[in-house]
Design a protein around this ligand. Structure first.
Ligand SMILES: C[S@@+](CC[C@H](N)C(=O)[O-])C[C@H]1O[C@@H](n2cnc3c(N)ncnc32)[C@H](O)[C@@H]1O
Length: 398
């Protein structure tokens, strides 16, 4: 675990100030309190090593380990506005050479501009008690400690090793927030009603436990995963235990909350239905890739559908493919010919085309025109505010 030597703290100060200035300049930081927090928390103490994606000499995409603290000249690397991946799923990770692995990330230090936007959206005030779901490196927890005092900060992570490491590194900075290991969807610290909950992993629905552990007026900022797409919502919990609010102007996605410490379950891939037909379509892979709100509408029109990238081994053509558990699939290539090829239910792509039609006839609305509501009984829906169009959601979390 070996933390960085204390003399690196002073060397890092200009980098901390530069990051805080850059985030203020871009508008991610909007208040002096959060500027001060970013300028006073040394990220490299909480993230001394990380993995960066690169192609190795064999053309394989690998995660190369980097270190901020070997040399003070390398400190700046920890203060870039980039996500730093810090843990890989051991079930999928394979060591490729001395410092490189393949595998699926299971923890990271989030993009600082995204953290800043979410922390601003959380609108904390002095005296607020805050719970973070997804401690990871502890950097976000440290920022909360800098802003509110460590006594009022709680943070939980599914991986007990991450909690142990974060606790040690936070203590090096003089912070002792209340850290717990557990599934932040169901197991929250007892004995407190939180004023704010911020989740840095995504959930498909707002867990009942979050509603039970907040006071009326509490704000929840989280990534809601709606299948094909999802996004950040800022919800207010009212006295009737409804949680309602909008998709935020701040955009970003997080790794999903999982039920075990270090491993994501292997996705269930159904046997694909036989290829049925190829036909012209107005919905292109490029449009889906380029337009966030279009993907959000695909998610709303096509619950229980997954979006994957499909590479045809024979032609090398990449397509966007939608697929469902019943084996239905449909894919559109990133080429100039506007066609869809599908197998199984032809309604799958027809629904996707209906989503595109809705998007176009409603003048391609911005995502923050959509609201999310979770009723007290767990029912949830997304609503387009200008027209009142509602898409109910079936997912519930205990
Ligand atoms: C993007 S990282 C969090 C970044 C962190 N806030 C930081 O500042 O470094 C997401 C974290 O969520 C954690 N996580 C995943 N599933 C979880 C769950 N069910 N409950 C709590 N934490 C979970 C992961 O272990 C991972 O550390």
């Amino acid at each position: 675990m070996g933390g960085p030597p204390p003399d690196t703290f002073d060397a890092a100060r200009p980098h901390m100030a530069a990051l805080a200035d850059a985030l203020s300049g871009s508008g991610a930081i909007r208040t002096p309190q959060w500027r001060d927090a970013f300028a006073s928390v040394p990220r490299h103490v909480l993230v001394p090593t990380w993995f960066e994606q690169e192609q190795n000499e064999k053309g394989i995409t690998v995660w190369r380990q980097r270190r901020a603290t070997a040399d003070v000249r390398h400190l700046a690397a920890a203060y870039r506005d980039v996500t730093l991946v810090t843990a890989l799923d051991p079930a999928s990770a394979e060591q490729v050479d001395d410092t490189a692995w393949t595998g699926v990330p299971t923890s990271s230090s989030t993009l600082p501009s995204l953290m800043a936007g979410m922390l601003e959206d959380l609108s904390v005030h002095d005296g607020h008690r805050v719970l973070e779901i997804g401690t990871g490196t502890g950097y976000n927890a440290a920022l909360l400690c800098a802003r509110l005092g460590d006594r009022l900060v709680h943070s939980t992570d599914i991986d007990p090793d991450l909690i142990t490491t974060a606790r040690t590194r936070l203590a090096q900075l003089g912070y002792q927030p209340q850290l717990t290991a557990g599934d932040g969807r169901t197991t929250l610290p007892e004995g407190h009603a939180f004023d704010r909950i911020i989740a840095t992993c995504s959930v498909p629905a707002i867990p009942q436990a979050w509603i039970e552990h907040t006071r009326p007026g509490a704000v929840i900022v989280t990534d809601i995963a709606l299948g094909i797409e999802g996004g950040l919502v800022r919800l207010t919990v009212d006295a009737g235990r409804r949680a309602t609010g909008r998709f935020t102007a701040t955009t970003g996605r997080f790794m999903p909350a999982r039920g075990t410490p270090r491993t994501y379950p292997r996705p269930h891939r159904p046997r694909p239905a036989p290829e049925a037909d190829t036909r012209p379509t107005p919905l292109t892979a490029s449009d889906i890739q380029a337009h966030y709100t279009l993907r959000l509408l695909l998610a709303l029109h096509l619950p229980d559908t997954e979006l994957v990238y499909y590479v045809d081994d024979a032609t090398g053509t990449t397509s966007i493919q939608l697929q469902r558990d019943d084996g239905a699939w449909a894919r559109a290539p990133f080429t100039a010919d506007h066609t869809v090829t599908y197998g199984g239910d032809p309604g799958l792509w027809q629904q996707a085309e209906a989503a595109r039609h809705w998007w176009n006839t409603h003048h391609r609305p911005a995502h923050d025109q959509f609201a999310y509501a979770r009723e007290a009984d767990g029912d949830a829906a997304v609503r387009h505010l200008p027209t009142g169009t509602v898409w109910p959601r079936a997912e519930r979390l205990p």
